[in-house]
Design a protein around this ligand. Structure first.
Ligand SMILES: *[C@@H]1O[C@H](CO)[C@@H](O)[C@H](O)[C@H]1NC(C)=O
Ligand SMILES: *[C@@H]1O[C@H](CO)[C@@H](O)[C@H](O)[C@H]1NC(C)=O
Ligand SMILES: *[C@@H]1O[C@H](CO)[C@@H](O)[C@H](O)[C@H]1NC(C)=O
Ligand SMILES: *[C@@H]1O[C@H](CO)[C@@H](O)[C@H](O)[C@H]1NC(C)=O
Length: 426
């Protein structure tokens, strides 16, 4: 499962530098074609679309290569700023740096040891060079994001015609409800641009199934465009003949503000400065929870940002109705999923890995390294909810607990009636 998501992530990384609009070269050549039926003297074939590239497209490394793999092929791509699982990337050169001939949204066809089980959410790791723009677009699912590195300037307009512009940095969040048009652009506040985790509330989501401004404009008859915008058709002579998706541009000005809007700006911001929220200290780490009770607009995705110190554990718990999509930012974690009927399986996670815990599956997250374990629990829900095993037992009549587990009175007395979330070390 990890690998599916990590691979989806990585193919998006390479696109970060994809160069702008060769499109104008294409637009003029379409008219030549269909004179074929004129019989005997067949005309010499003429070029109607750009020729297929001769660029070499071999796999760039293999599992035995000792380089740190990067999502770079020739002049395309960029280095990874966030956490990276180097072993997995070494084994999957064509996921991280795919041939330039790859395109579209063919699902993962490499079955690793575990079949994908994440059906309720999907993730993409995206890297933008300073100034690069993820073009104006929208999609049918909600988009939630956590900034891993750098700064991103966001714009949006809602259905009331109210607009929005804001810049977020490392550890901050954004959320766009389904269908809301928006753009992302890395600022140059960090010379390396930005990297962020995108999560969508649909496991079948593909970055390729987004509605792009340039893709749409290049698929509308020009006369209709002129009529719609009430202009001379020549005003649209230079629009790209195909989508831009991600393209380089000048960095946005530092103190950019949204254009003046007669309808006013959006009442509920699409961003949340999680980096500025003070974490709740716990005996074994810390937690910050953000759901629609504080980030009002985020009605379909909630998150708990959790740290677990060496020797401590995210306590035994489950989430009543929500699947958990976990993203590991730093440290080493170990999780056992309990799936009822005697089913149980343990997984080890490294920075850059993605985990999945189906709703109601009992689990813990143990720090098995020597450094702070930091991860995000992400839910397709308007509220964060969990049930603590220890709290459940503490608030159940002691005799009943004793009848099940044969605990002594002292142990039962020590069960804490307050949810601990992250406990230890002793
Ligand atoms: C549109 O612009 C072109 C080029 O400037 C001009 O020749 C043409 O007359 C204009 N058409 C209309 C309807 O204004
Ligand atoms: C970043 O970009 C802004 C806007 O283009 C420019 O004014 C500024 O000098 C740039 N800063 C750096 C460090 O490149
Ligand atoms: C943690 O530190 C101990 C003692 O230095 C060492 O033996 C162990 O391998 C380290 N564990 C990890 C996961 O780095
Ligand atoms: C129970 O947890 C609370 C809050 O974390 C803590 O203040 C208290 O000392 C704990 N009580 C016991 C008996 O451990």
């Amino acid at each position: 499962m990890n690998r599916l998501l990590v691979s989806a992530a990585c193919s998006a990384l390479l696109v970060t530098l994809a160069v702008a609009a060769p499109a104008s070269e294409i637009s003029s050549s379409v008219s030549i074609v269909a004179s074929s039926s004129i019989a005997s003297t067949a005309p010499a074939p003429s070029e109607t679309v750009p020729l297929a590239s001769d660029d070499p497209n071999a796999a760039l490394w293999n599992a035995d290569t000792t380089i740190v793999p990067q999502a770079i092929r020739g002049s395309l791509g960029a280095t990874i700023l966030g956490p990276q699982n180097i072993d997995i990337d070494r084994q999957n050169a064509d996921f991280l740096a795919p041939p330039t001939t790859d395109a579209g949204d063919i699902p993962n066809a490499k079955i690793t040891e575990v079949m994908p089980i994440a059906t309720s959410m999907a993730g993409v790791n995206m890297r933008l060079e300073a100034g690069a723009i993820r073009e104006l677009h929208w999609h049918k699912t909600a988009e939630w994001s956590f900034v891993i590195s750098g700064f991103v300037q966001l714009t949006a307009v809602d259905s009331e015609g109210q607009n929005f512009l804001e810049t977020v940095g490392p550890g901050d969040l954004w959320y766009f409800p389904p269908g809301i048009p928006h753009s992302l652009q890395a600022t140059n506040e960090s010379a390396d641009g930005a990297e962020f985790l995108l999560v969508f509330d649909d496991g079948a989501f593909s970055e390729d199934s987004t509605f792009l401004l340039t893709d749409w404009m290049s698929h509308i008859p020009k006369e209709v465009i002129a009529k719609n915008f009430q202009t001379n058709i020549s005003a649209f002579d230079h629009i790209p003949g195909q989508q831009l998706y991600i393209f380089p541009s000048a960095p946005p000005p530092e103190n950019a503000v949204a254009p003046e809007d007669p309808q006013g700006h959006v009442p509920n911001p699409f961003t949340f400065k999680l980096s500025q929220v003070k974490a709740t200290p716990l005996s074994g780490g810390s937690v910050k929870v953000v759901d629609s009770s504080t980030f009002t607009i985020a009605t379909e995705i909630a998150v708990a940002d959790i740290t677990v110190e060496p020797g401590a554990i995210r306590e035994l718990h489950w989430h009543p109705t929500q699947d958990e999509w976990t993203y590991y930012l730093s440290g080493l974690g170990r999780v056992t999923l309990f799936g009822a009927q005697g089913n149980s399986r343990t997984f080890d996670y490294e920075p850059g890995d993605v985990g999945f815990v189906p709703a109601s599956f009992g689990h813990f997250v143990e720090n098995i390294g020597n450094t702070t374990l930091h991860f995000l629990e992400i839910f397709n829900s308007d509220r964060f909810q969990d049930i603590s095993l220890a709290q459940w037992l503490a608030l159940t009549p002691p005799a009943l607990v004793k009848a099940h587990l044969q605990l002594d009175d002292d142990t039962i007395d020590h069960l804490n009636k307050t949810k601990q979330i992250v406990v230890g070390p002793q």
